[in-house]
Design a protein around this ligand. Structure first.
Ligand code: MSP
Length: 509
């Protein structure tokens, strides 16, 4: 038995409510998780929230709240959104969970005892009005990147993790594991970055400046740096080190899905942390692109946020999923636009898919009282059968290459061909000419295609897939189909009834 497919999302900062960018990462992971289940694999899907650190502490204080009360109030916004987006995760980790905090402390103790952590001086620039600490790289022409005011240079005692010691190992590891970082362009970026000497990572913050963090086990004057804390979640959440049986059953992670802005943490810091702990590497870290508006990343600080809840309310969940999965190739950036979403809705969902399903079942209703009367179960000579099997193979292969867009396009090839088949065979003409058997066979092929499409849509458009599958209850179709249901063409038999159903996607005017 293979181990469950362990997939993770980043932990979202709770300083603000989630927007379309966060929804995107979770919808992607949800799609991959559903796909693995569809293929018959067990899945463990982890998501959660990143709750410590300067940014959150500052937001809490601006609101006149104590940090813990503030984060407790924010977490439900994330959980509620995941319910509304029907995200089927298995565990939600908060970095303020007691078990997580303990786990981070054990990890640090281990690395400290091993000699991988040392005390040193951290030089940086402080912006007093913003109460923010910046590194040289973060400064904007020597000024605070937030408020553009002068900053003061300061030096503080902090603890460092010896990344440099593992640099050549990491380069070798990445080079010898082509599946470790995707897409390839990002992998090359990381290898490029690793050409210069790697600086050790400062993993503590002085408590005097920032108290909102996990206590550093070997210094009462420091708390843990938020990224070290957050990255550890991927192992703490599954039991490291307290419940090693559970941990061993899931680790290594199969897929860490992250945005391109946080790839370095996941492809440099995190592997080195694991290596130092003598743990296996995750199989794949995939960096997806950004959703932008007018060329800028959608983000709260830019004030161009798009509210996913609002989109679901207006257009429904599956259309949103469809747009996000279909519009960009995974890894690339996408320009978000509601107009484009509406265009896809009307074109691909209403005209192509919705129409195919409705016109097919309506014709069966009109010409045969909704019952199968002619069979072509082995599909001999059926070009729709040939396309259905080809679409299924391309869909599987696209997903194994982390290409949900390709998978959706493969399904649409069948949708398109089936619509064309209607135009070519002109069932209404056959009916007029009383060619009942030919008509019955055309409808049989179309209905089988629709059934296949419904099954193939399971990981991508779950609600639509369930609606289509419910029309085929007579074939014993399940509401959450699996790839096994795609094994045979021709499950429709003489006498089975297929109801007309409702139009799936009424057009948006
Ligand atoms: N807390 C860290 C992650 C720690 S993981 C151990 C963090 N949080 S975040 O809330 O700022 O971002 C979380 C994820 O949302 C990132 O993967 C980021 O790329 C993604 N997105 C945020 N805005 C985005 C877009 N506009 N478009 C697509 N995804 C983007 O970073």
């Amino acid at each position: 038995m293979s181990k469950p497919f362990y997939i993770t999302t980043p932990l979202y900062y709770v300083n603000d409510k989630p927007h379309i960018g966060h929804a995107y990462t979770n919808i992607l992971c949800d799609t991959f998780a559903r796909f693995r289940k569809f293929m018959g694999q067990e899945v463990f899907f982890l998501t959660g929230t990143d709750e410590h650190g300067e940014k959150i502490d500052k937001t809490a204080r601006q609101k006149g709240m104590d940090s813990k009360t503030f984060v407790d109030g924010m977490v439900p916004r994330f959980k509620d959104l995941w319910v509304k987006l029907d995200i089927h995760y298995d565990h939600f980790i908060r970095t303020t969970d007691e078990e997580h905090k303990k786990s981070v402390q054990v990890i640090l103790e281990k690395l400290y005892k091993k000699g991988d952590i040392y005390l040193g001086n951290y030089r940086g620039w402080y912006c007093t009005p913003c109460e923010s600490f910046w590194t040289k790289l973060q400064l904007a022409e020597g000024k605070c990147p937030d408020c553009k005011r002068d900053v003061q240079e300061i030096t503080e005692e902090n603890y460092f993790f010896k990344l440099s010691q593992y640099q050549s190992w990491l380069v070798q590891y990445i080079e010898s594991h082509p599946d470790f970082i995707f897409p390839v362009s990002r992998r090359n970026e990381i290898l490029g970055f690793l050409k210069a000497p790697l600086e050790d990572l400062c993993i503590s913050r002085p408590r005097a400046r920032l108290a909102w963090g996990i206590d550093l086990p070997f210094s009462k004057d420091h708390v843990v740096y938020v990224w070290f804390d957050a990255l550890s979640n991927y192992i703490s959440a599954i039991g490291y080190p307290a419940k090693m049986n559970g941990f061993n059953a899931l680790w290594p992670a199969d897929l860490h899905m992250v945005g391109k802005d946080i790839l370095r943490q996941h492809a440099v810091y995190w592997p080195i942390m694991l290596k130092a702990l003598d743990l296996e590497m995750p199989r794949t870290v995939f960096a997806h692109g950004w959703w932008t508006m007018e060329g800028a990343k959608v983000s709260k600080s830019r004030g161009n946020v798009v509210d996913p809840e609002e989109l679901v309310r207006k257009y429904g969940l599956d259309p949103l999923r469809y747009f996000l999965l279909r519009e960009v190739t995974l890894g690339g950036d996408g320009a978000f636009s509601e107009d484009l979403l509406v265009e896809r809705f009307n074109q691909d969902l209403a005209n192509d898919l919705g129409n195919l399903v409705y016109r097919t079942t309506s014709m069966l209703d009109r010409y045969f009282g909704g019952k199968i009367e002619y069979e072509n179960r082995n599909g001999s000579g059926s070009k729709l059968k040939t396309q259905a099997l080809a679409s299924k193979e391309s869909m599987f292969s696209a997903m194994s290459k982390f290409d949900p867009r390709g998978a959706v396009l493969a399904i649409w090839e069948l949708v398109t061909l089936a619509n064309r088949f209607v135009e070519e065979t002109k069932p209404w003409q056959l009916a007029k000419e009383n060619k009942t058997e030919a008509l019955g066979r055309v409808l049989y092929d179309l209905l089988e295609s629709v059934r296949f499409i419904g099954i193939m849509l399971t990981p991508f458009l779950p609600a639509t897939s369930a609606k289509i599958s419910s029309l085929f209850a007579g074939t014993g179709a399940r509401s959450v189909p699996t790839s096994q249901d795609l094994e045979s063409w021709g499950l429709l038999k003489f006498g089975i009834e297929v109801p007309k159903g409702e139009p799936l996607f009424p057009k948006i005017e």
